[in-house]
Design a protein around this ligand. Structure first.
Ligand code: HEM
Length: 421
């Protein structure tokens, strides 16, 4: 049973008893769900078993209506900008201590990537709405292993209750790209969370890695999200980060010379040699296909086979700057898919300098009035004034002025008389 506020009922999410993971059971009203020892090791998932293989072992409470949630507090926007900024600093620390950049990128992508542009209603249309926190969606085959990503960011969610899950997933992903050396992503925040597991999308909206016709499949899935060929290729470049693990997705080798020593939990097969560094090596490596230790999924290989995809893939292999530019735009677009923003225009964190408002235009005016006297003219007047006995502290007696005016008047009359002759 689920209460509408999600504070009274909880369901059970079942996790492995993997060493290094300390599981704690909480009363149903508590929202702190998993606590990890410092030697945290993500636990493995098999696509076919998901949670079922772990159900026999140990259990952790998850609120079925708010997922890995916190108590709601009254607020006027979906997320609080100050809390978003502080959460970003905490995420940087987490990334630099756990080397979890890849899985946080995948978390954001899998929350947003369920979007269906043909469905108008929110949240039925799917997308970046925080639904991936619920057990029912975490159990989708494509999401195997992502429970570890949730567990990693849960302490940050607990600390910042005025940041929605939908925002936190996207904040974590964009921060991970940037911290790994990737481009600055022009993000906005304020995503509203879905409130219950009944609002999760159905399984099957995310792409398969080995479909019969990879190009058609990628187009079918990404066009449904409203993305185009260029964006498909640019976003695939996120595989410059991370590894595939056979025990999760079924793809990749259990370990390679590039993954056997970590960092993070060792193992899996990466697409690139430096799989914690965001650059364009993914395109170079899948084009070369020269290293048996590097992964090329059928959906990666097709980027250099399909004539339309190939144009972009070749460009990105050669030109890192173009890849970064296109990736940043596509990532921001992906992160907004299906999202409902509160406020509707979203919240931009103020780390990009706001351009100063242009000054109000005022047309020039022609002046016929007083003009400033030049210094030499002022000096002349002062000399004249002093020759009549005046000075800064000594005004001239009024009759001096009177005499001067009479003399000037007489001179003017004489001049005009003489002029007329
Ligand atoms: C084009 C279709 C895509 C397919 C078929 C695909 C498939 C996969 C597969 C099979 C894995 C291995 C998962 C595991 O075993 O743990 C994976 C990992 C990953 N994917 Fe994708 N993916 C696609 C697109 C994307 C996109 C658009 C992004 C991000 C923008 C992305 C980011 C990642 C990352 C960062 C990882 C590494 C995760 C880790 O190391 O834990 N993928 N992907």
């Amino acid at each position: 049973m689920t209460s509408s506020l999600g504070t009274t009922a909880s369901s059970r999410i079942l996790a492995s008893s993997s060493p290094g993971v300390r599981l704690s059971l909480h009363p149903p009203t508590s929202f702190s769900l998993l606590s990890f020892s410092s030697s945290f090791k993500p636990f493995a998932f098999s696509p076919s078993s998901h949670f079922s293989s772990h159900q026999r072992r140990s259990a952790v409470n998850v609120s079925s209506s708010r997922g890995f949630g916190t108590v709601a507090s009254p607020k006027c926007a979906a997320s609080n900008p100050d809390q978003l900024k502080s959460a970003r600093e905490d995420l940087k620390q987490l990334l630099n201590s756990q080397f979890c950049h890849p899985i946080l990128v995948r978390l954001g992508w899998h929350d947003a990537g369920t979007y269906n542009k043909n469905i108008e209603e929110w949240p039925q249309r799917g997308g970046a709405n925080g639904s991936l926190r619920f057990e029912v969606e975490l159990k989708h085959a494509a999401n195997a292993g992502l429970v570890n990503a949730l567990s990693l960011i849960q302490p940050i969610k607990d600390k910042y209750s005025d940041v929605t899950f939908a925002d936190l997933f996207q904040l974590a992903s964009a921060t991970a790209i940037e911290e790994a050396g990737g481009p600055k992503i022009p993000m906005k925040y304020g995503r509203v969370d879905v409130s219950g597991p009944n609002e999760c999308p159905e399984e099957g909206r995310l792409p398969d890695a080995g479909p019969p016709s990879p190009a058609d499949h990628l187009r079918e899935v990404f066009y449904r999200m409203g993305l185009n060929d260029k964006e498909i290729v640019a976003l695939s470049g996120a595989h410059t980060l991370g590894r595939s693990r056979p025990e999760r997705s079924g793809w990749g080798k259990p370990e390679t010379k590039y993954t056997k020593d970590g960092p993070g939990t060792p193992g899996g097969q990466s697409w690139t040699v430096q799989w914690l560094k965001f650059d364009n090596s993914y395109f170079k490596d899948i084009k070369a296909k020269r290293d048996e230790d590097l992964l090329v999924l059928p959906t990666d290989a097709v980027l250099f086979e399909d004539p339309s995809f190939k144009v972009y893939a070749e460009k990105y292999a050669e030109d890192k700057e173009t890849f970064f530019k296109d990736y940043a735009e596509a990532h921001a677009k992906l992160s907004n898919l299906g999202a409902k923003f509160d406020p509707p225009e979203g919240i931009v964190l103020d780390d990009t300098p706001v351009q100063a408002a242009p000054e109000k235009f005022v047309a020039a005016k022609y002046s016929t009035g007083k003009r400033e006297l030049s210094d030499s003219m002022k000096q002349k007047i002062r000399a004249e004034y002093e020759s009549f006995g005046g000075g800064p502290d000594k005004p001239l007696p009024t009759n001096y002025f009177l005499n001067i005016i009479i003399i000037i008047g007489v001179l003017a009359i004489l001049t005009s008389l003489l002029g007329n002759n």
